[in-house]
Design a protein around this ligand. Structure first.
Ligand SMILES: Nc1ncnc2c1ncn2[C@@H]1O[C@H](COP(=O)(O)OP(=O)(O)OP(=O)(O)O)[C@@H](O)[C@H]1O
Ligand SMILES: [Mg+2]
Length: 325
């Protein structure tokens, strides 16, 4: 069930200012997230997915990165105008993030109980039992076995999958409106990846959260997401309902990504991979950024960045070939 828009990102630009030049990691990204829906952000390594997420939360290193343009509107307020103190509160209460590697999200010198206690104590509407009781409850929600014992343990005493469940527990403990999950299963082994994805999906559906789900795997998008935005070299090149984009991908890059999803019983050797490399984000071409790798590229593709065209209901893509339809 999807409802009103909870987060609106408009024309976001985030640059890294390095000695060797400016890296335009996020270069005009716009999307919206509705209550109760999962939006997938998908694209190859280095296309700007994580920098987009970290820009929303204002978690990028201040000395090197700056969001130079755009708006991130949550509850009618632009997060880019907030002070650091206001942002810390917003991160604890309204918007939460699960990172790729649980190792970096947990503090090795505190017990699981201590780390969750801090998160739970920040939660609104106390008075629902003792803090420790709530810690145990939230660990039960992420289906961690024997939570009463786990709260006395340290991160190194847990398996990778258990640690990621604890990170998930911290993220949901504040009952956020928006959850950002950045490749939350890459550090897990294959058998537990699926379980963890299922858990995330259940938590999302039962709380009606809006979720931004970041991955490079279109197969995972198909399982987890309602809508998808495909990112290439700092920009979104196609977006729409998952079913629609899957059945009818409009951008050649999306087509290539979908073709690279392994099918059941397909031999690995037959897997389609995309030839070539994305352009350097410090030296972007004028025209379509995918053109050098695109089998359909023509002169107009090199000449100017393509406009965004309608490709179906709520489905759009930036490719000059759509101008001909
Ligand atoms: N701290 C940094 N300093 C300089 N450049 C950076 C930094 N972090 C990221 N970048 C640049 O920003 C671009 C986008 O990086 P980002 O981490 O968002 O990629 P991604 O899409 O999340 O990739 P992956 O799938 O590998 O996680 C990259 O090209 C990278 O070189
Ligand atoms: Mg990333």
């Amino acid at each position: 069930m999807t409802g009103e828009t909870v987060l609106e990102v408009r024309d976001l630009h985030t640059h890294f200012f390095l000695r060797r030049g400016v890296v335009q990691a996020v270069d005009g990204v716009s999307f919206s997230l509705r209550r109760g829906e999962v939006l997938g952000l998908v694209g190859e390594s280095g296309c700007g997915k994580s920098v987009t997420a970290l820009s929303l939360l204002r978690l990028l290193p201040k000395d090197a990165a700056r969001t130079v343009r755009g708006e991130v509107v949550l509850d009618g307020e632009n997060l880019l105008d907030k002070s650091d103190r206001e942002m810390r509160q917003i991160r604890g209460q309204k918007i939460a993030m699960i990172l790729q590697d649980p190792q970096t999200s947990l503090n090795p010198v505190f017990t699981i109980g201590d780390q969750l206690q801090e998160a739970v104590a920040r939660q609104n509407g106390a008075g629902r039992g003792s803090v420790m009781q709530r810690v145990v409850d939230v660990l039960r929600r992420v289906k961690l076995a024997a939570p009463e014992q786990r709260i006395r343990q340290y991160p190194h005493q847990l398996s990778g999958g258990m640690k990621q469940r604890v990170v998930g527990a911290i993220a949901i403990s504040c009952e956020p409106q928006v959850m950002i999950a950045d490749e939350p299963t890459t550090a897990l082994d294959v058998t537990i990846q699926l379980q963890y994805l299922q858990l995330l999906k259940e938590l999302q559906a039962s709380t009606d959260m809006a979720m931004l789900f970041i991955t490079h795997d279109f197969g995972v998008v198909a399982k987890m997401c309602d809508r998808v935005a495909v990112m290439y070299a700092g920009r979104i090149v196609e977006s729409g309902p998952v079913r629609e984009v899957f059945d009818n991908p409009a951008h050649p890059y999306t087509q290539a990504l979908i073709a690279s999803v392994p099918k059941m019983r397909q031999e690995v050797g037959l897997l389609h991979t995309i030839e070539g490399q994305p352009p350097a984000l410090s030296d972007l071409p004028e025209g379509c950024r995918f053109a050098p790798r695109c089998e359909f590229a023509e002169a107009r593709c090199q000449a100017a960045y393509p406009d965004t065209f309608h490709a179906g209901e709520e489905h759009s893509a930036s490719c000059w070939r759509l101008a001909d339809d």
